[in-house]
Design a protein around this ligand. Structure first.
Ligand code: FAD
Ligand code: DLZ
Ligand code: SF4
Length: 506
């Protein structure tokens, strides 16, 4: 009997559970570039090129390893994963598919209803299984990441001294989050010159997806495990030591600062999360990285990354439709590169367009903060994030956007909305100096829109947030403000929102 072994574009790992369950001698691996996956959102062309190139190289690696691989290139015209499986089942006389559970409800459903039975195995590249997470969450009033993270430290043994955390503390964040440094002494992520496989894919993507938002030129991503490992080693040496200190900083002329840019590789399967964490732990043990950097990074991988996946699967398929704050405004053109006078938005969007990358604070406190303050419909901003970042898949993107950034899940992930005035951006970046607005102006023609919309947001959601103990201070400040000033802020905030609605630049 022939089984088909399905390998999806973000499952490019030799130890994938589906591959482990298959038999090289008789089974056939199916991989397919299909229009449905390439088109469920208008993915950034660099993201599509990265995945197609990495898929083609992975297929070659599997076949060098002795597997029979049935690979459908986009030109073959397959529209869906299920369609590709049915065609391959006919070609190979297969009556069963072995898959690793996809990272998205949409595809899980599609495989569940596939006419050829699909055995969906757990994706055990993650540290916490669905059962582990559900067990941890059961009976808890609040699902706070920090406690989950401690369990993951105990489970993996990473940075542990017996039962205790290395150095005596679980979390060294008080040593992190310094404002933007004067200069950055790390050359940034390792860049790879496109080889023949990548070139061929770039030509295809330019022809088929060239109209999507995002630049394809200057493609430099790693596209196989060997390159991704070189990139990791390069970052651990040059970037990790100061990663913690400056992880929240933003600089006009440096897009990557000390960030790892490992997300796109780990999420596609080119790097294993434990391999990344063990390499970081080893650098700390060797004295090549301080404890705050190593612990901060490991927390993001075994803490945040695992936690958001747990929430996505715990909460179910309707999670992306949640809209706890009833926000309905359409996503303004600035997110697609439309004109804006706001330097921080312009920089974050321009960098996203060029690199298919922005770091966490740009995503959370610039583009995410603005969408939340402006009351953008969460489903629309969710689709934007899913489309524009090379590391975006629904299991990881949706909890970050719907939950952490837009508070649309009613506070499952965040205990209060991540909103701030321009002050925070000014403290953490050098954007404000070059902006048409004045961050110090609270009202008036040149007032920073974040300053106006911050109070506008708090005022219009007062009923919901007034009882939140973490927000009492904000309301106390607002209430102490002179009534006329409060009215000016609301009127000027209304004006900004009206300009957004009219499609005018803000
Ligand atoms: P580094 O700054 O070097 O961090 C290390 C790694 O930790 C990341 O590569 C990632 O694997 C992990 N990590 C850190 N924070 C998170 C987090 N909150 N959730 C999950 N993993 C985390 N991450 C994605 O992988 N895909 C997404 O689509 C995505 N969308 C996001 C949307 C919003 C609104 C926000 C606020 C965050 C989002 N994140 C997403 C989390 C985080 O911003 C990115 O993982 C990070 O910016 C990727 O850059 P990096 O690889 O240089 O990370
Ligand atoms: C993101 C993506 C894209 C752009 N194209 C493909 C594809 O053609 N074939 C494929 O197998 N996977 C692709 N992917 C990744 C899937 O969308 C991803 O596996 C699901 O969203 C589940 O995480
Ligand atoms: Fe952004 Fe306001 Fe600073 Fe301009 S002044 S860069 S809009 S925070």
């Amino acid at each position: 009997m022939v089984n088909l072994i399905l390998v999806l574009g973000d499952q490019l790992s030799m130890n994938l559970s589906a591959l482990r369950a298959g038999d090289k001698a008789s089974d056939v691996v199916v991989m397919a570039e299909v229009t449905d996956e390439a088109g469920y959102v208008p993915h950034h062309p660099k993201k599509i090129a990265f995945l197609f190139a990495a898929m083609r190289k992975f297929a070659k690696r599997l076949s060098d390893d002795g597997w029979t691989v049935d690979y459908a290139r986009l030109e073959a015209g397959e529209t869906s994963i299920v369609g590709a499986l049915l065609a391959a089942a006919t070609r190979h006389g297969a009556d069963r598919v072995i898959a690793t559970e996809p990272g998205e409800w949409r595809l899980i459903e599609a495989l569940t209803h596939c006419p050829v039975p699909v055995d969906q195995r757990p994706d055990d590249r993650f540290i916490a299984s669905h059962q582990d997470f559900a067990g941890w969450a059961k009976g808890r009033k609040a699902l706070r990441m920090e406690y989950f993270y401690r369990d993951m430290r105990r489970k993996t043994g990473l940075m542990m001294e017996g039962d205790d955390p290395a150095g005596g503390q679980w979390n060294y964040d008080h040593d992190n989050r310094k404002p933007a440094p004067g200069q950055v002494d790390y050359s940034g992520p390792m860049r790879f010159t496109p080889d023949d496989t990548v070139q061929e894919v770039l030509t295809l993507v330019a022809a088929r997806f060239g109209d999507n938002f995002g630049d394809l030129d200057d493609f430099w991503f790693a596209t196989d495990q060997g390159q991704a490992r070189q990139h990791l080693a390069h970052w651990i040496k040059g970037g990790l030591p100061q990663f913690g200190d400056f992880q929240d900083a933003m600089l006009d002329d440096n897009r990557f600062l000390y960030h790892g840019l490992v997300g796109l590789y780990v999420n596609a399967g080119l790097l294993d999360p434990m391999e990344v964490c063990e390499a970081v732990e080893a650098a700390w043990q060797a004295g090549d990285a301080p404890i705050n950097a190593a612990e901060g990074f490991i927390r993001q991988i075994i803490g945040w990354r695992e936690y958001v996946r747990g929430i996505y699967f715990l909460e179910g398929p309707d999670y992306t439709q949640r809209n706890g704050l009833k926000h309905t405004r359409d996503l303004p053109a600035v997110y697609w590169g439309g004109a804006t006078f706001m330097r921080c938005m312009k920089q974050s969007v321009a960098q996203t367009k060029e690199e298919a990358y922005a770091h966490h604070i740009q995503r959370l406190m610039v583009t995410g903060n603005f969408a939340l303050l402006a009351g953008i419909a969460p489903a629309q901003i969710h689709e934007w994030y899913l489309a524009v970042y090379a590391d975006a898949y629904e299991w990881v993107e949706a909890p970050n956007v719907i939950g952490m950034s837009q508070f649309a899940d009613g506070g499952i992930i965040a205990s209060k909305p991540y909103v701030s005035s321009g002050n925070y951006i000014n403290k953490m970046s050098d954007y404000c100096g070059g902006c048409a607005y004045k961050v110090a102006h609270k009202t008036g023609k040149q007032a920073c829109p974040f300053n106006l919309l911050y109070w506008h947001f708090l005022d219009r959601h007062r009923d919901l947030f007034k009882g939140n103990p973490r927000m009492g201070n904000m309301y106390a400040v607002w209430d102490r403000m002179d009534a006329a000033k409060r009215q000016t802020i609301i009127t000027e905030g209304d004006d900004i929102l009206a300009r957004l609605d009219a499609g005018e630049p803000v």
